[in-house]
Every structure is written in C-alpha cells, then in structure tokens.
Design a binder for this molecule. Sequence first.
Ligand code: PMP
Ligand code: GLN
Length: 391
Amino acid sequence: MVNSIFGGTGTSIFESMSRLAAEVGAINLGQGFPEGLEPDVVIQAAIRALQDGPHQYPPMMGVPALRQAVAENTRRFLGLAVDWEREVLVTSGATEGLTDAFLGLLQPGDEVILFEPAYDSYATIIRRAGAIPVAVRLAPPDWRLPEDRLTAAITPRTKAIVINTPMNPIGKIFDDEELRVLADCLLEHDLVAISDEVYEHLVFDGRRHRTLFALPEVRDRVVRIGSAGKTFSVTGWKVGYVTADARLLAPIARAHQFITFATPPALQTAVAFGLRLDDSYFATLKTDLQSRRDLLVTGLREAGFDVTDVPATYFAIAAIRDLDKDHDDFAFCQRLTREAGVTAVPVSSFYGARDVKTHIRFCFAKQPGTLEEAISRLASWRAWNSRKAAS
Ligand code: PMP
Ligand code: GLN
C-alpha cells in the first residue's frame, strides 16, 4: 500500500547527494548546512535549558519566550509590529511551518503558484493537500519575476502564491518592484502568499531583507516563515516560526496541532535567547558568510566555473553548459563527486519537470579550509579534464 504522491517521489536530492559524498569521501558542498558557524552562546543556552527543564509538552503555539522573541526580532530588523500571542506559531522547522500552511489553508482543487527553481518540499506537500502546484519559471541570467507569465498563470482556482526570498537555490532577493507586483496580484485576485524567508538574516554587501509582510495593504494575506536552523547555523535543530494575521494563522495552527503539536522546549528556549542577541551577532553572521561566499565564488571562477553573483543565502550556482557535454546536471554532479571529490547538487531537482539541467549548486557555508580544499580539487579536476579533452 502506498500513497501515490509520496510513492512517486524519490529520495530527496539533498539526502542522496550527501549519502554519495559520504560513501566516496567527497567534500560535501551539496546539502545546505553550515560548518563552524554555530554560536557557542546559543548552544550553551540549550544545555542550560535541557538541565533546567521543563521536559513536558510545551504550549501548542510555542513557548511564550520564543513567540515574544520572534515578534521582537521582527520589530528590530524589519520595523514591524507583531502580536506575539495571536500572530506567532512555533513549528518543528520551516518545513513543518510550510506543511501546516499548505494543509491548513488549501482545499482540494485549489491552484498554487510557485516560482521555479523552487525548494523541493513545496510541490509535493501542495499536491498531498489535494491542490495543484502551478510553476512560473524565473530565467537566468537575472532571474527577474516575469510579470506577464505570472498573470497568465492565474485562474479563478488560484488561491495562493509561494514566494521564497532570499531564494534557494539562486540567492535572489525579490526587490521592492517585484514585491509590489506580487502584492497587487494578491489584492486583485484575492490570494494569500506563503512567504518562505528562512534566509532573511543571510543577506550580503549591505543589502536589506525585504518582505511582502511589510506592505500594509497585504499584511493580512501573508504567511511569513522563518527558521532558527539558518539564523543560528543549527539546521539539525528543526525550529521554525510562522508569523501571520491571527485569522490566517488559526487554520495553520490547527494543522500544526495534529502534525507535531509541539517542538522540543529546550531548543525553543535557546532559540529565544539567540533571537535576543545583540545586533553584532546578526552582523557578524552576515560578514562571516559573505567572506566564505567570496572565497568560494572567486575560487570557482579561477577554476574556470561560470558563477553568478550571490546576493544572499548559502548558495552559489554555476552554469555548466560548457563543461557538461551530456546535458545532464545530475550525472555531472555524480561525476564531480567521484572524480573531483567535491559534491554539488543539480539545479534540475528544483524544477517539477526536471528539464532545466544547466546549473549546479554549491554551498559556501563551510570552514574556509574546507572551501580552499574543495577549490583546489575542482581546479585540478578542470585541468585534468582539459588535458583529457586535448589528447
Ligand atoms: N525553505 C527553504 C528555502 C530551505 O532552503 C529550507 C532548507 N533548509 C527549508 C525551507 C527548511 O528549513 P527547516 O530546516 O527549518 O525545516
Ligand atoms: N534546505 C537544504 C538545502 O537546500 C536541505 C534541507 C534538506 O535536506 N531537507 O540544501
């Protein structure tokens, strides 16, 4: 017996590439998780919370300290007022928050717009909710929001738009003009936006995070989702938070209460402590990651990879057209893992039809030494390949 939707999906690309990297001892720049950026004070806060307890079910909406800290952080960094009692829900990772939003808000037959390349969990859970994902593609090199294609994709059955900003895997930050277009769409067609903002604190070169939630006329239509995994470099903790107008949040909280009901209280307490760290923590996180980005992007370019600028997130993408004679990014990543000893992920996994095979994604949130070794391996591999091609 198997559900046709889950039965039809394979193992996630992140898991399968991590397994392959471990099997062959490759440097894993595939799955997006950081190395050496975990803040010790937050880990210590978790240890204290585990020692002190409590260890029983926390409130279903999340411990008050964390809901207050989410609201305070939103005010501090975005200047926005949030009612922590009625507008914040704690979930077991952003993945659960997204799932709660899709299951809590969608009806069978509803259509949901998402922008490709899109994070892999969206379409599967939208389908499992009985709804229909409708992909609108962004295109390189500038990945602008295609207003005409967005408008053409909207039908009377469209109920929601999923936006991920900053965007995995391309590092795009939707700008004010694009957010305006999206906001007008929400109003004109009476839609809701699920806004996945897990990389909100990972924006570089002095850029600002921007959110639809900041536009007053659509504030009550936006579900904003964050993740402590990204903000505190602890992806294994799986602590997320959903912020939305109380009426929109209520059905999402109903889904949450039957999916996980709650999230480990000690981790919630530690994340509350983290969100209250002073501005220097958040500034240092950005500059630390920015220097790792510079290291990897420069190194990849010197090694002959065609890499686009990266304004935000953990990820740099490289166009492989000239390197990949087979036009198969998945096979290319497997080959790179085995031959070069460096793992990346194929960007085709972010497309429902798997048909765009022109880019691969590297994660730069690693120790500088790891990145230097990866670059050196990739440069040797490129040189070896060129010799092979010439002979
Ligand atoms: N959304 C995006 C865009 C992601 O890249 C990820 C993965 N890290 C998630 C959601 C999931 O976050 P979490 O680990 O908090 O569930
Ligand atoms: N978000 C991570 C990435 O894009 C993966 C999370 C996961 O493995 N589920 O690499």
